[in-house]
Design a protein around this ligand. Sequence first.
Ligand code: ADP
Ligand code: MG
Length: 343
Amino acid sequence: APGLNEEYTFTNFVVGDNNRFAANAAIAIAKNPGTTYNPCLIYGGVGLGKTHLLQSIGNAVWQEKDEAKIVYVTAEDFTNEFIRSIQENKTHLFKNKYRKADVLLIDDIHFLQKKHETQEELFHTFNALFDAKKQMIFTSDRPVSEIKDITERLQNRFTRGLTVDLQPPQMETAVAILKKKAEKQGVYVANDVINLICQKITTNVRDLEAALTRIIAYAELVNKEVSLEVAQRQLKDFFSSPTQNNITVDIIQRVVADYFNLSSNELKGKKRTRQVAFPRQMAMYITREITEASMTDVGLEFGGRDHTTVMHACQRISSRMRTDPTIEDIIQTLIRKIKEEGS
Ligand code: ADP
Ligand code: MG
């Protein structure tokens, strides 16, 4: 469909346990837009296929019925367009465009936080389309309840239909995604190279693809198949562990646990009593401060927690530090100990 990437189709979307529910919902919606699952909200971390899935719905509806008016927009563009329409006295055109859609696809709605007027406008667009039984699908990089500064009534609308989530792919699915991609480009990449990439990159499909692209580019330049050894060398910076110097997350967990008379396992475990939760939050905060680990990495290192949990922990600790100097002292002491251990 116009305005959509034609590569983003259901055929090109590899289904695994991590995304099956979302993919099936999307397929069902494309078959019967505006009926059962309206609206639909797809949420998941960066690079997990939200945009791909969202546009696949648009492309599939278009295939069936090319007079259908399919409108895809990122929340950011929606916002900018709305502001411009106000400045140019053309809000009627803006309203017309969005309220006449048969299928409205809005990507990355977390961008709407704090954009109050745009939220208001979207609320009315929503109601108009909902009443007319037009399909709406939204994506977000976090659950709607965690989007800050968004009106309750809009939150409410977003989650009124079906909510599905995307998780990082397991090994088999990751391998299938890369094989499909290599095949599409007509390039042979050895299985052990694909396995290597999938073992090392576990959080995000975009990074998986970027690593494969690098290998393919290299293979084409040297005009021969890439061996495991060469792949390892070529991808070194992709694989650099989420740590700096010799400081590992293990060391951080050990030092923090020791300091609070806990074990590393308790720090990574499920218990949420204050005695464990607070040291755990500190350890997460420190990991973010002194290593290169992303929120997602930290979550995985701490018992497979979600990146939003890590984000909250970090926010909590930094606000406590501002009001309570002893906490800042403890953090400094811990960081010193960790650096000693890691050197
Ligand atoms: P997001 O919008 O969640 O950040 P994208 O939809 O842009 O992620 O996906 C990132 C890249 O990964 C895209 O090139 C997309 O085609 C690819 N991708 C993600 N999930 C899959 C999948 N299940 N099968 C095939 N490709 C995928
Ligand atoms: Mg996206």
